[in-house]
Design a binder for this molecule. Structure first.
Ligand code: GLU
Length: 500
């Protein structure tokens, strides 16, 4: 079957932030379109008001942009196949429902929500799930219209053909769904709006979608879609169902992981793209990592930028088996990417992190941030930069001195560390200027004159000015802090002698 130019769609439902699985779907669709010189359509599937989460469209679009995945048609950019919000297309769906009613491929189903709930309850008691039994004879259109006119909450159902449905999937091959597993399903809800299935099928046709890549969780929706396409005289796009994404322990990766962690008093894991963004990951690294969830380029190559992914991507190398989300591997990817991107890009990404995470880094100027980035070379994520630079953002007289650090580094050996602070105070006060080289030279000179290792000088100084034993290299720490604040902190640290 030929479709002309490739057209794919990304079709998020605005039910919250963009899940990493959704980002992987968006990425594979995007890559396929870019490879073929085709078009990416962004369609917002917002017909289910009960699941709608305020602001989520803006958030999803913003996180897609952060990832660098753009769209050729959709919200903000427009296009020839709009509107791109399903809630603005309701008349179109109603028209196509009418076509199916007219052809006898759909019928009014007169059960009210209460009646269906009762049937579902009965089925549950028998430890089963409700399978909808087609009424015989079918309600007539007149009966349906009369019931609606009476205010009865009824639906329209699609009449499933009396045969197995075969789905052709590019990864899974032919998937045959036996007739007994299929039932007549709702295409128009009791409020007159379309169900997801119906709106999706109508829009895939009207938007000329040629390829549908989506998660395997949708596989059992596809026979419904294929059957409706046949009844409506629509084309069937090429389907590619992508493997599910699991945690390393084999459990499903989802929102519930966060709830579970919070209940157990643990830090919730990152699940949505936004979580990774606010945790200090680079979009380059996250994209690279998720591109390998269910796809591999075929050799041992793993670190790829988007251009290379576009070059190498083939649907034939998408797997069928569940993918595992290896967080350690993601951290390793991010560490490598952080070392690889240039200074300007790194600064831009750090600014974004500071902004979305509400980090104190947001208040720092570009010069300070650029210096911090150099001083934190080897970082895993921007969170490391934040942690290592926390000392910059506390008031000099509010530093929380880590008791253990004070004991081990300052008080031990009859207060050798404290004594070193006195030496440092006078040496640093007298430096001609406050530059890394000069500071370095001064510290080395103290080491040489007293036959000490650098740690014996640098660690007391670090504890004095940061309260902890972790910070960027000592010269950077001091330059960032400035002379005045450094000297003030050394004096304040000297007063910590008492608890020791
Ligand atoms: N709106 C659906 C979702 O968010 C998309 C389903 C599809 O790709 O057909 O899961």
């Amino acid at each position: 079957m030929s479709f002309g130019a490739v057209r794919v769609r990304f079709a998020p439902s605005p039910t919250g932030y963009l899940h990493v699985g959704g980002a992987r779907t968006a990425l594979f669709n995007w890559v396929l379109a870019r490879q073929a010189g085709g078009a990416v359509v962004l369609r917002v599937e917002d017909t289910d008001r009960s699941r709608h989460v305020e602001d989520s469209v803006g958030k999803i679009l913003d996180d897609l942009r952060w990832l660098g995945l753009d769209w050729d048609e959709g919200p903000d950019v427009g296009g020839d196949h709009g509107p791109y919000f399903q809630s603005h297309r309701l008349d179109l769906y109603t028209g196509h429902v009418q076509r199916l009613l007219d052809s006898g491929d759909a019928y009014y189903a007169l059960e009210t929500p209460e009646e269906l709930a009762a049937l579902r309850g009965d089925a549950k008691e028998r430890k089963g799930v409700l399978k909808y039994q087609r009424p015989d004879p079918l309600p007539t259109v007149e009966q349906g219209l009369a019931a609606r006119a009476d205010g009865r909450l009824i639906t329209v159902r699609f009449k499933m053909p009396e045969r197995d449905i075969v789905v052709h999937d590019e990864v899974l091959g032919e998937v045959r769904i036996p007739r007994e597993e299929l039932e007549d399903f709702v295409i128009q809800k009791n409020d007159g709006g379309p169900t997801y299935h119906f709106a999706c099928v109508v829009d895939d046709e009207l938007m000329n979608i040629t390829h549908v890549l989506r998660g395997q969780e949708h596989l059992m929706n596809t026979p419904k879609h294929v059957a409706m396409q046949e009844a409506l005289g629509f084309k069937t796009p090429v389907y590619v169902h992508l493997p599910l994404i699991f945690n390393m322990d084999g459990s499903k990766m989802g929102k519930r992981d966060k709830e579970k962690a919070i209940k157990a008093g643990l830090e919730p894991p990152e699940i949505d793209v936004h979580d990774f963004r606010a945790a200090g990951y680079l979009p380059e690294a996250l994209l690279n990592f998720i591109s390998l969830l269910g796809w591999s380029p075929g050799d041992d190559r793993e670190q790829m930028d988007l251009a290379e992914t576009i070059n190498r991507f083939t649907v034939s190398r998408v797997g069928a088996a569940n993918a595992k989300f290896d967080r350690d591997k993601l951290v390793a990817f991010n560490t490598d990417w952080a070392a690889r991107v240039d200074a300007e890009r790194s600064l831009e990404a750090l600014r974004d992190f500071a902004h979305v995470s509400g980090s104190p880094l947001a208040g720092a100027d570009d010069k300070t941030l650029a210096h911090l980035l150099r001083a934190c070379a080897g970082m895993r994520t921007f969170r490391d930069v934040e942690n290592k630079s926390a000392f910059l953002f506390v008031e000099d007289d509010s530093i929380a001195y880590d008791e253990k650090a004070v004991r081990k580094v300052l008080a031990k050996n009859e207060g050798a560390g404290f004594a070193m602070l006195d030496t440092l105070l006078s040496t640093l006060r007298d430096l001609d200027s406050w530059e890394a080289d000069l500071i370095d030279g001064a510290l080395k000179a103290i080491c040489e004159s007293r036959d000490l290792k650098l740690g014996a000088v640098a660690q007391p100084l670090r504890v004095a000015v940061t309260g902890t034993t972790v910070s960027p290299p000592i010269q950077d720490t001091l330059v960032l802090l400035g002379r005045e604040r450094t000297l003030k902190r050394i004096e304040i640290a000297g007063k910590q002698k008492a608890p020791a």
